[in-house]
Design a protein around this ligand. Structure first.
Ligand SMILES: [Zn+2]
Ligand SMILES: [Zn+2]
Length: 171
């Protein structure tokens, strides 16, 4: 969470991050990394918008390709809550979770318990080598709760707690 050092005196060192991941340092990659860092949980269109504001004409495909390369390299994390478009963030490697607003789709980070990641330990792993646990908390953000838009169209039940864990695959 704490940015360790700012070698150039302005923001994190994306050049080093790319080099450390054995990726060539290119302007589109730097621009995408910057956009993802400045706008955590942005979707692809948002990232494209920021990259274009920064670099001028860049094709959708180029940004998709960069996002994929950065995600594959582990510099960027891709999250995709059920029913939502893919979002990207630069906060990687800590297995943090997300709380998602059912009304407006706002996403915020939720830390794991400090010191260990209890949700990574399956009660029964069925012999699988488990690498990742995905937890999404669904609820209503403060803005939507204040605006009273929370209860528009709950998918299944109305009498849910405002924040609940929803395992994948529930229909
Ligand atoms: Zn909301
Ligand atoms: Zn996050």
């Amino acid at each position: 969470m704490t940015e360790s050092h700012h070698p150039q005196g302005g923001g994190p060192d994306f050049t080093t991050a790319l080099r450390d991941a054995s990726l060539r340092v290119t302007k589109p990659r730097l621009a995408v990394l910057n956009a993802v860092h400045e706008h955590p949980h942005a979707d692809t269109d948002t990232v494209i918008g920021h990259v274009r504001a920064n670099l001028g004409a860049v094709s959708h495909q180029a940004v998709y390709d960069v996002l994929r390369a950065l995600t594959d390299a582990g510099i960027v994390r891709r999250i995709q809550p059920a029913g939502a478009t893919a979002r990207y963030e630069a906060r990687v490697g800590d297995n943090h979770h997300h709380v998602v607003c059912r009304s407006c789709g706002t996403i915020a980070d939720v830390d794991c318990a400090v010191g260990h990641a209890p949700c990574l330990t399956a009660s029964h792993d069925h012999g699988f080598v488990v690498e990742e646990a995905e937890v999404v908390y669904w609820g209503t953000c403060p803005d939507c709760a204040a605006a009273g838009t929370a209860s528009t169209t709950p998918p299944t039940t109305t009498a849910r707690p405002s924040i609940s864990k929803q395992p994948e695959g529930t229909t």
